[in-house]
Design a protein. Structure first.
Length: 344
């Protein structure tokens, strides 16, 4: 990952401000930052002690005076002040000049309210962006990043499964025809693992353990070879540490509810799609991006439920930020795909 570098002077930035990770694309350089959206704060004076990867390592391991905060929840800003500090830190890390303000494109979920969008723009402006801040909707950015022909008069269906939201959209002629944003994504999958282990084994596990279980053992469709792993946690009855064996079948059962919610969002969007565009999607297939696209067997589950061909983006974690970066590189040609902040 690139550090701040003098070549970045005055460079414009595209930011995928995600619930789980924040990615930054610098004009002419590509992706220059990919760090967790986490801030460790000293509660005595409100000062950030660590941001990003360093702060994530502290999660669940901090003393009383230090608190780790994830300033975004379900794709929107939950803690404005901490989000602004985090953005400022990341921008300064990749943008060498303190004096020139970069032009900025920021991604937001498609279901965001006007107030939530304004909060994102304000946070970017306070963190040092030049006015106006350009806003691009996540499904549009993901489709551009996944090399879909968004400007053509054909139906393109994108499913972007992030940390806080799953965005499902049908795009044609540079616009979103129908879209649905559901607040079920990576975080809910982690939480489902925590709740399952608690209910079935009376064992408490942390967010990081749940995330590791999801990544290494999670699936949405039966695997060719089912596995078992030992999971450590705290026994809720004795209060002592305990290890349990967990199988991939059990993890799949734990994830079944949030995975079904994602599948239902795809089916609902297909149901609302005009017939001509649905025929195009049947031919081209549905594109899946975001971290959730890496869940084993998700493509087979979606294909089974919808009867459509499923394509996983080449680099699903980077689709949104790369698409935002392309919008930034061709800002005049793609202005119609973005909205602007007002200069109030």
């Amino acid at each position: 990952m690139a550090r701040s570098n003098p070549l970045a002077l005055g460079r414009d930035l595209a930011i995928d401000l995600g619930t789980a990770n924040t990615l930054i694309y610098a004009r002419g350089q590509g992706v220059v930052l990919n760090e967790p959206s986490v801030v460790a704060i000293d509660i005595t004076d409100g000062r950030p002690v660590a941001v990003g990867l360093e702060a994530k390592r502290m999660m669940g391991r901090t003393p009383g005076r230090i608190k780790t905060i994830r300033p975004l929840k379900d794709g929107v800003i939950a803690d404005f002040e901490v989000c602004e500090k985090m953005l400022r830190y990341f921008i300064q890390k990749v943008h060498a000049s303190r004096w020139s303000k970069p032009r900025m494109v920021i991604c937001v979920p498609s279901g965001i309210t006007g107030v939530e969008q304004r909060a994102v723009q304000d946070a970017a402006e306070y963190a040092g962006a030049r006015k106006p801040v350009h806003i691009i909707e996540e499904p549009m950015a993901a489709a551009i990043g996944a090399d879909m022909p968004v400007h053509e008069p054909s139906g393109n269906m994108i499913v972007d499964i992030g940390g806080g939201t799953t965005e499902v959209a049908v795009i044609s002629l540079g616009g979103i025809v129908t879209a649905q944003s559901v607040r079920v994504a990576g975080d809910e999958l982690d939480d489902a693992v925590i709740q399952y282990v608690k209910k079935e084994f009376s064992l408490a596990i942390g967010d990081r353990t749940a995330e590791e279980v999801k990544i290494h053992m999670g699936s949405a469709w039966p695997l060719d070879e089912e596995l078992t792993a030992d999971i450590r946690g705290r026994d809720l009855i004795s209060g002592l540490p305990r290890t349990i064996p967990l199988t991939t079948e059990q993890v799949r059962e734990a994830l079944s509810e949030p995975v079904s919610a994602i599948v239902d969002a795809v089916k609902t969007t297909l149901d609302r799609t005009p017939p001509e565009l649905a025929a195009d999607i049947m031919e081209a297939g549905i594109m899946v991006t975001g971290g959730g696209a890496l869940l084993a067997g998700l493509d087979r589950r979606l294909s089974h439920e919808t009867g459509m061909p499923i394509n996983i983006a080449h680099d699903p974690l980077f689709s949104v930020v790369v698409g935002s970066g392309r919008a930034l590189e061709n800002i005049d040609a793609m202005r119609g795909l973005m909205s602007l902040s007002s200069d109030e």
